[in-house]
Design a protein around this ligand. Structure first.
Ligand code: AHM
Ligand code: MG
Length: 335
């Protein structure tokens, strides 16, 4: 079938066969995330109407309290996964601790856990700028049928089975990998169907965009300061263009298509930067590597870092491989 006619549902079924010993469990799980994405998309699209239909803290016509969108997105993802009894555990950026799920069906012993950032960049919602959801899937380490433990969630990123994001932008897209490249699907809102619009997505080897919050310049490590000056220097294809949305999914998505680097470094006020290893950096690193890009903390491959806590933060350098390597060379001077 011609790629452009293929729906996400069809793509999931067709690709199920590529997993050895596949039981269809992962396909069902991705289907559940697809459904949650549509539900959250519907809520995000209404964000501009808060003055008309009520916002966070208000009571709606049904007498229900209106929730903040990030809280709502968190509930929608968790509820969808719980209802479908498709995972044995969930961890979310919005929850203090992981959630253990005991299936009612004793014969169905789920082996996957999901980590989510239900609505990343949510400070952009009030100004109608793109936000995203990020997910990451692992096989549990502890035996099936027993309650999940912290150990199941503290796995290095290289153990990821699948990862992806939903970008709620001018169009809504779901972009994901199961370790066989990266594919992007665009939602046709009239049909409620995702279509394969961006097959085999790939970072250009190098690019001309650098994305970071330069307002924090004075707090940045010297290596990052030097790299910024390098980007701004007039030489060859430089100066580069600075583009920073402040929404990781959106900045990553643009850089993957156009070529670029995203940096959230450590600083003198935040010793590990801001982004979370498990909910943000690992899934984006898996996608980046599957799309011929690179993701490091300035020195080490992100996906090889052994997590020690659920909400751990880590510096993040991610994007076109040549650009990440260049930034790393500046960091190495002060290692
Ligand atoms: P959040 O999880 O609280 O939304 O924070 C993550 C977001 C990223 O999407 C974005 O790249 C970054 O924070 C922006 O941070 P800053 O405003 O410090 O530049
Ligand atoms: Mg986040």
């Amino acid at each position: 079938m011609d790629n452009k006619y293929r729906t996400l549902g069809e793509f999931i079924i067709e690709n199920q066969a590529s997993f050895q010993y596949s039981s269809g469990e992962l396909s069902k799980l991705i289907n559940a995330l697809r459904l949650a994405a549509k539900v959250v998309n519907h809520e995000v699209n209404k964000a501009g109407l808060v003055d008309i239909i009520g916002g966070a803290g208000d009571t709606n016509v049904q007498g229900e309290d209106q929730q903040k969108l990030d809280v709502l997105a968190n509930e929608k993802f968790i509820q969808t996964l719980k209802n479908r009894e498709i995972v044995c555990g969930i961890a979310s950026e919005e929850e203090d601790d992981f959630i253990s799920i005991n299936s009612q069906d004793e014969n169905h012993q789920n082996k996957y856990i999901v980590l989510i950032d239900p609505l990343d960049g949510s400070s952009n919602i009030d100004v109608n700028v793109s936000v995203g959801s990020i997910f990451s899937i692992y096989r549990r380490i502890t035996p099936v049928g027993t309650p999940v433990t912290l150990e199941d969630f503290l796995q290095p990123g290289i153990n990821q089975v699948a990862a992806g994001y939903v970008i709620y932008g001018t169009s809504t897209m779901l972009v994901y990998t199961t370790g066989h490249g990266v594919n992007g699907f665009t939602l046709n809102p009239a049909m409620g169907t995702f279509y394969l619009s961006h097959p085999d997505m790939s970072f250009p080897e190098t690019g001309r965009i650098y994305s970071m919050n330069e307002g924090n310049y004075v707090h940045f490590p010297q290596g990052v300061k030097d790299y910024i000056k390098y980007c701004q220097m007039e030489e060859g294809d430089r100066p580069y263009t600075s583009r920073y949305i402040g929404s990781l999914v959106s900045d990553f998505h643009r850089n993957m298509i156009k070529g670029g680097i995203y940096i959230y470094p450590k600083s003198s006020v935040a010793s590990n930067g801001k982004l979370r290893l498990l909910y943000e950096c690992n899934p984006m690193a898996f996608l980046a590597e599957q799309a011929n890009g690179k993701a490091t903390d300035g020195y080490r491959r992100i996906m090889e870092i052994q997590p020690t806590e659920l909400h751990q933060r880590v510096p993040f350098f991610c994007g076109s491989s040549k650009m990440v390597e260049k930034a790393e060379s500046f960091m190495a001077k002060y290692a």
